[in-house]
Ligand binder design. Structure first.
Ligand SMILES: Nc1nc2c(ncn2[C@@H]2O[C@H](COP(=O)(O)OP(=O)(O)OP(=O)(O)O)[C@@H](O)[C@H]2O)c(=O)[nH]1
Ligand SMILES: [Mg+2]
Length: 512
């Protein structure tokens, strides 16, 4: 067989994030051709293998999916060696042939690869489940858990409606199987007995809508978040567990609404010293709504001696998402359609505070006197007026005791009559034991729900963390609450003025 070096970009190795809730352990995308350190397929497979964390007991087996237009070049000694290393680590390799006219490569005992001649996510998903099923003979049914998107909006404060999507793999399920969900601090558990036959099948699967009741034990008020993973099991009438796993609730589907009932136009500005992660925090908020690998649309710095963000930048989160998702396989997800309709979040990033930076006044930000791309004061424009200010500070400044700037700025924000929201970054840089002292100082800065410990994705990170997304989502919810409080105050002010107006005229009329 002739061996040819593949052309750049002719090979792409994917571990799709699309199956987020089901395939946590294999999420991520690696694109060969974009990585200057990777010159061969053998190396690409090695990099993917290394990036997969050790399998946790309840997760599915890791799988690497290789999309290729050049099947015939695959098998040289180095590639065979890499595939064998993957096999030894319990990672399977699936190859999707993007040029169905090519013949597939022969699979031997030495290299077990599964090959597909056409590409369909649904089919791939089914095949992956079947693979898993072969490895663990007790799994009889594949399960997907989603939030219903065609009904009224949900919030984290409510009982949550979910949909179980069952696909029996071996034979239909007779009535009497039970879906069991363990209780956690956020939701009550449930046991739901299925009363009908669940047919074996491909495609959509059999959908069962369920409601998880909110737990009465919730203690953390608005600030509390659901666990990152909620355990479920499917149990046969003979009390055998036929499938089990975890699902997470994608944060992006809360807080946004279909019909605008709950719709608020959110405009928030981020401030803080140079390099504390203001731009990274803006990226975090975009990532709440993206289900694939992490994106970094806003420029963040890796230098500490110069300003990365030079002037005021208005980021409309929705337009960013539109731009990023236009060419992606996530484009048709219902979540994205909802976002398109109802997400209205504008974040205002600015140059960090430093001796050389132009001083930006909070009063002017609130009055709408700054525009995108400038640090100059302009005539007030309501479209540019923000409702809330997020002050970003690194936890490191609280270790060194050097946080006067933070105190002074928070005081300034309060003087403008709004609740400051305080986002603390860089917690990942401290050990748990080092956090106690700084946390006590931070707690004094403001009302507890307004203090958010953000876990920013560092520059270039691609692997998604539901924990990080939750922290950013909590920030977004807080911004929303503060915005609504501010809008309510503005409305009351306007009404008071209106009520005073006619009285004065009345008085004048009487005097006349
Ligand atoms: N480890 C860690 N790194 C972070 C965190 N937040 C931001 N970073 C990194 O810190 C660097 C600076 O972050 P930026 O978001 O550019 O900071 P900035 O506040 O916008 O800085 P200026 O625009 O220059 O004022 C980037 O390399 C980020 O990836 C965090 O919470 N933890
Ligand atoms: Mg910046």
């Amino acid at each position: 067989m002739m061996y040819e070096e593949p052309k750049e970009d002719s090979l792409k190795v994917e571990k799709p994030g699309y199956f987020q809730s089901m395939y946590r352990s294999i999420m991520g995308i690696y694109q060969w051709g974009k990585d200057p350190y990777c010159t061969s397929l053998a190396r690409a497979l090695e990099i993917c293998g290394d990036s997969i964390h050790t399998k946790q007991s309840d997760q599915c087996d890791p799988v690497i999916i290789l999309f290729t237009t050049n099947v015939s070049i695959l098998l040289n000694a180095a590639v065979i060696n890499s595939i064998q290393t993957l096999m030894a680590k319990g990672i399977s390799l699936n190859i999707v042939n993007m040029h169905p006219k090519d013949s597939l490569i022969p699979s031997t005992e030495a290299i077990l690869v599964k090959q597909f001649n056409e590409f369909s996510f649904t089919k791939l998903e089914m095949d992956l489940f079947q693979d898993h099923n072969n490895a663990n003979n007790n799994r009889e049914v594949s399960v997907g858990v989603t939030l219903p998107i065609d009904t009224v909006p949900q919030t984290l404060q409510d009982d949550v409606r979910i949909v179980f999507n069952l696909r029996p793999l071996k034979s239909k399920l007779e009535p009497g199987y039970t879906i069991q969900i363990a209780k956690n601090h956020f939701y009550e558990g449930l046991a739901y007995k299925i009363e009908k036959d669940v047919p074996i099948g491909e495609g959509e699967g059999f959908k069962i809508p369920l409601t998880l009741l909110r737990s009465f034990d919730r203690s953390g008020g608005d600030n509390e978040m659901p666990p990152h993973e909620i355990k479920f099991s499917i149990i046969s009438p003979a009390h055998i567990v036929v499938s089990s796993g975890y699902f997470g609730i994608p944060t992006g589907e809360f807080g946004i609404t279909k019909d605008g009932e709950n719709k608020v136009d959110i405009k928030a500005a981020l401030d803080g010293e140079q390099g504390v992660g203001k731009s990274a925090a803006t990226n975090q908020v975009v990532n709440v709504f993206v289900t694939g690998p992490v994106v970094h649309p806003v420029l963040t710095s890796n230098a500490t001696d110069s300003h990365t963000t030079k002037c005021i930048q208005f980021y409309n989160i929705k337009s960013y998402l539109a731009q990023y998702l236009e060419d992606s396989p996530h484009r048709d997800l219902d979540l994205f359609k909802i976002i398109k309709k109802s997400l209205n979040v504008l974040l205002v990033d600015k140059q960090g505070i430093s001796r050389s930076a132009t001083k930006i006044s909070y009063a002017n930000l609130l009055a709408g006197k700054y525009i995108h791309g400038s640090n100059e004061e302009k005539p007030a424009n309501r479209e540019c007026a923000v409702h809330s200010i997020v002050y970003v500070a690194s936890i490191k400044s609280f270790v060194s005791g050097n946080f006067e700037e933070t105190l002074a700025r928070i005081k300034e924000i309060k003087e403008e009559g709004i609740e400051p929201i305080i986002a603390i970054t860089f917690s990942d840089k401290l050990e748990r034991s080092e956090m106690e002292g700084p946390k006590q100082n931070i707690a004094k800065l403001g009302h507890a729900p307004n203090i958010i410990y953000l876990k920013n994705y560092v520059e270039g990170a691609t692997e998604r963390s539901i924990e990080k997304d939750y922290a950013s989502f909590r920030l977004l919810l807080r911004i929303k609450t503060v915005t609504m409080n501010k809008l309510r105050l503005l409305k009351m002010d306007a009404e008071t003025k209106q009520n005073q107006g006619p009285k004065l005229i009345d008085g004048l009329t009487k005097r006349e």
